[in-house]
Design a binder for this molecule. Structure first.
Ligand code: 8X3
Length: 246
């Protein structure tokens, strides 16, 4: 029997790379995202990817996806993002709401809906895509870092609450990843500002690098739980310590 993996935020970046990689590992992949045309394109190249329109901020949408599954062996909570870079004093409440609703509550909705299936599979794996921002703070990142800290803490809590159950709880915390969209969204569509984030950095991570870490973690034997993997470019020693070539 083939295993099924559900990946959220699968229309681009880390989510799309993870959907492709898990399909290559032999999983039937349910790829969820709001942008259906992009999902259809992804699925048209890979027959074992099933595209599903999904909005993780909608309980109805999450429940509809859960109800359509025959089984669920792996859940990758990847949907989320960063919106805005204002200091806390000037942060927009609607940006913060959006960051909490996607990164934190979106992961909660998906986890609650799919956890029974993960446990029933006999060896479920739940992967939370957090970020190094879930473990460090930086100026202008208050909304995103606090949402990612919350998501990281939720992951630890789940591991504590579920010990003894046949489900592994994995946190993948990437640093600088050059993926279409992430920085552009953060800079409210300013592509030039987004491009400057990666300027002269010799080798930021790619979405495939992160998908590789996810695939490795979920394909370990059932008794091996990769608690947390922090993965950064060699050129990034810490959030503020990025090597740029001159
Ligand atoms: C993204 C990493 O460094 O922009 O999750 O916060 S960072």
């Amino acid at each position: 029997m083939r295993k099924t993996a559900v990946v959220t935020g699968a229309s681009s970046g880390i989510g799309a790379a993870t959907a492709r990689r898990l399909a290559a590992e032999g999983y039937d992949v349910v790829a969820g995202a709001r942008r259906r045309e992009r999902l259809d394109k992804l699925a048209s190249d890979v027959p074992s990817i099933r595209p599903v329109t999904l909005d993780v901020t909608s309980q109805e949408s999450v429940d509809a996806l859960a109800g359509s599954l025959e089984r669920c062996d792996v859940l990758v909570n990847n949907a989320g993002g960063a919106f805005g870079l204002e200091p806390v004093a000037d942060g927009r409440v609607d940006d913060w709401q959006r960051m909490y609703d996607t990164n934190v509550l979106g992961s909660l909705r998906m986890t609650q809906a799919l956890l029974p299936g993960l446990i029933a599979s006999g060896d479920g794996v739940l992967v939370m895509l957090t970020s190094t921002a879930g473990h460090e703070s930086y100026e202008g990142g208050g909304g995103y870092t606090s949402a990612k800290h919350a998501q990281a803490t939720m992951t630890e809590t789940l591991r504590l609450e579920l010990v003894g159950q046949p489900v592994r709880i994995v946190e993948i915390a990437p640093g600088m990843v050059k993926s279409e969209g992430f920085a552009v969204t953060r800079f409210r569509g300013d592509e030039a500002a987004a491009a400057r984030v990666y300027e002269r950095v010799p080798g930021p991570l790619s979405p495939d690098d992160v998908a590789d870490a996810i695939a490795w973690s979920v394909t370990r034997p059932a008794h091996v739980n990769v608690d947390r993997m922090i993965i950064r470019p060699r050129a990034q020693a810490a959030q503020h310590r990025v090597h740029r070539v001159s």
